[in-house]
Write a protein that binds this ligand. Sequence first.
Ligand code: AMP
Ligand code: MG
Length: 274
Amino acid sequence: MNVADLLRVRPGSPVDLRSIDASGTPGLEGPREQEKAAAATLHQQNCDAMQSLQYLLWAERRQALLVVLQGMDTAGKDGTIRNVYGVLNPQGVRVTAFTQPTERELAHDFLWRVHRATPAHGQIVIFNRSHYEDVTVVRVQNLAPKEVWSKRYEHINAFERLLVDSGTSIIKIFLHIDRDEQKQRIESRLSDPTKSWKFAASDISERKHWDDYTDAYNDAISKCSTAHAPWFVVPANRKWYRNWAISTITRHTLEKMNPRTPAAKFEAGSIKVD
Ligand code: AMP
Ligand code: MG
């Protein structure tokens, strides 16, 4: 079975993150060192394939790809963007990071700022955080009442359906680390001077709400993993596994989209170049 099938959350089968091993390596179960080396080679092959497919997507200009990255603090969203999507041609890819909404954004519906950032045909867009913050941090921090955020799952499913019906494929990736791994990563932000710029006081305060975030993500992923816009829960304690799994899922999705170069708008041999 392809790793994309192994990690995809099936619609109607609720996910329980607490029962998924964040150090697991589904699809690569052989001797560790051997699998690690194989993953590096396969990841490189996936990157090459993604580059060729991106070229076709751009040439075709009829479809788009949206990749949503979510995860707890330190889960590896930035590292994923660097190691997986960094290989793409900058001309056809954009990364949008979502932080606390501005006053202007808050004066609109929660999808307003998100919709504007979606990819045009031919493009690949990576969301570093997304509209899923509006049913996770907003819920955990009580930034909106339950009557407001509880309706958002349906809004999200309808919104994503609209994007898919308009030619955009969507993959949503949850980078699944566990609490111990987060502790180590925060500690290395504190002790390694080259990483200290990444540390935010919120890394400590949000960590106290680990259980609430887990509940919020269980609900968001369970309610919004649809046939048209699936969620993938990627065990992400091991970065080599995470990179391979995500490049495989992305390659697989682009292959299914099957972009093709458009037919020439002239007859072969009909135009002479002096
Ligand atoms: P970082 O990704 O570390 O730069 O942090 C961005 C911060 O913005 C995180 O704490 C997010 O939870 C927060 N954030 C992103 N989107 C929203 C939102 N819609 N409402 C409230 N906070 C948000
Ligand atoms: Mg942060």
